[in-house]
Design a protein around this ligand. Structure first.
Ligand SMILES: Cc1ncc(COP(=O)(O)O)c(C=O)c1O
Length: 392
């Protein structure tokens, strides 16, 4: 039997790779996982009853593009959060953002650009689905270093003109995983200007938008509206996974131009897996409620404060502006993760597993990613052990 070549160079996924690195060694203390970005704060209290109330909906096929009440709740949320007016035919409900980030490339990436295979740009390090989406549509993934020197976002002025000429899609994650960097209004404006000049789409992964300190991160929809950009050039992706501590509900959405959304909806009508109706009904209630989001943000504010205290003074340490990861500089991320595990039992992810070797090295190689999802006391213990083991 033949197998496709297009995924043959994919590295093993980060978590199996981590298991190979650590699991043949004994932990040096009580194991504490700070690896995976799975929110552990409580989900909104009303969710359980709401699912029970909606349970009859399991007897029906779900609405592919999203139930009207869900799309209305999302549209109202976008208006409250970003001051933008996005009609329901510019929205599609997703089974979490990951599948949408993938399927949007399937639906919208052209076969060629300027007579050549298209390029899909993405930050490096990055959320791994972007690269698989690019490979699936026969595009060339191009990894743009997002390092401390570039403010942990790609340097938009450093992309070669011939690359921009072939670019069909630019994935940008803001707030970013893993670094917690935020694209400000100026950054979005510059990216939109490049998109207008070179005719590429921006896929803005904004699933961490509600976990931040200080001012709320600006989003691409408002930036595009302000500039009068072509709505078809932009897709924004949002999720309840982090905002509402519901990663298992699998509810997200994409917002964009009418034609782009129509194409995404059509692809999903043929090949998609819509969210079950009762879950869509619950998701509508969750998007409509802001009180639990504020409570959740207050819990993270306390975590940021404790982390700042414990990690203060580490050479090169940059506190995250948003999201729930610490991106900590070390000499060698794999060696640091192994040392931590064998000496303390704390498990963290080597930064290299989230990046690729491109243009002279892997920009994640000298970092570890530490998730601040555990309860505060556990998180405090983990960070204190990290500090003592790797930095003192
Ligand atoms: C940057 C980023 N994008 C997208 C996702 C996907 O989240 P979900 O599919 O749960 O919405 C994640 C999940 O960890 C993420 O870190």
């Amino acid at each position: 039997m033949q197998f496709p070549e297009r995924f043959s160079n994919l590295p093993p996924y980060a978590f199996p790779r981590l298991r190979s690195l650590l699991d043949s060694h004994q932990p040096g203390g009580e194991p504490l996982a700070m690896t995976i970005g799975e929110p552990r704060h409580a989900m909104p209290a009303f969710v359980a009853d709401a699912i029970t109330d909606a349970v009859d909906g399991f007897s029906r096929y779900p609405v592919n593009e999203g139930a009207p009440e869900l799309l209305a709740a999302i549209s109202a949320w976008l208006c409250r959060r970003y001051g933008v007016s996005v009609e329901e035919d510019r929205l599609v409900a997703l089974n979490g953002t990951r599948e949408g980030l993938y399927n949007a490339a399937m639906a919208l990436c052209p076969e060629s650009k300027g007579g050549k295979p298209p390029v899909v740009l993405m930050p490096n390090p990055f959320y791994q689905v972007y690269a698989v989406a690019a490979l699936s549509v026969g595009a060339e993934p191009v990894y743009l270093p997002a390092t401390a020197e570039t403010g942990h976002l790609p340097d938009l002025d450093a992309i070669p003109a011939e690359t921009l000429a072939r670019t069909a899609i630019f994935y940008l994650c803001s707030p970013s995983n893993p670094q917690g960097a935020v694209a400000d209004a100026g950054y979005w404006a510059r990216l939109l200007e490049l998109s207008e000049r070179h005719g590429f789409r921006i896929f803005a992964d904004e699933c961490y938008s509600e976990i931040y300190r200080g001012d709320a991160p600006p989003g691409i929809l408002a930036a595009a509206e302000r500039r009068g950009s072509d709505p078809e050039s932009v897709l924004a992706f949002h999720s309840l996974s982090k905002r509402s501590n519901l990663p298992g509900l699998r509810s997200g959405f994409a917002a964009g131009g009418r034609e782009s959304i129509a194409r995404l909806r059509q692809l999903r009508a043929y090949a998609g897996a819509p969210l079950p109706l009762p879950l869509q009904q619950v998701a509508a209630l969750v998007w409509a409620d802001e009180a639990h989001v504020e409570e959740n943000r207050a819990l993270y504010a306390e975590k940021y404060r404790v982390a700042d205290e414990i990690l203060a003074g580490i050479d090169g340490y940059q506190p995250p502006r948003a999201g729930f990861f610490q991106w900590l500089p070390v000499e060698d991320g794999e060696a640091a993760a192994l040392k931590l595990w064998t000496e303390t039992g704390v498990r963290v992810l080597p930064g290299a597993y989230l990046g690729r070797d491109a243009g002279g090295g892997n920009p994640g190689a000298s970092y570890i990613r530490v998730a601040m999802v555990a309860q505060l006391d556990e998180m405090r213990r983990g960070l204190t052990q990290i500090r003592a083991c790797l930095y003192d």
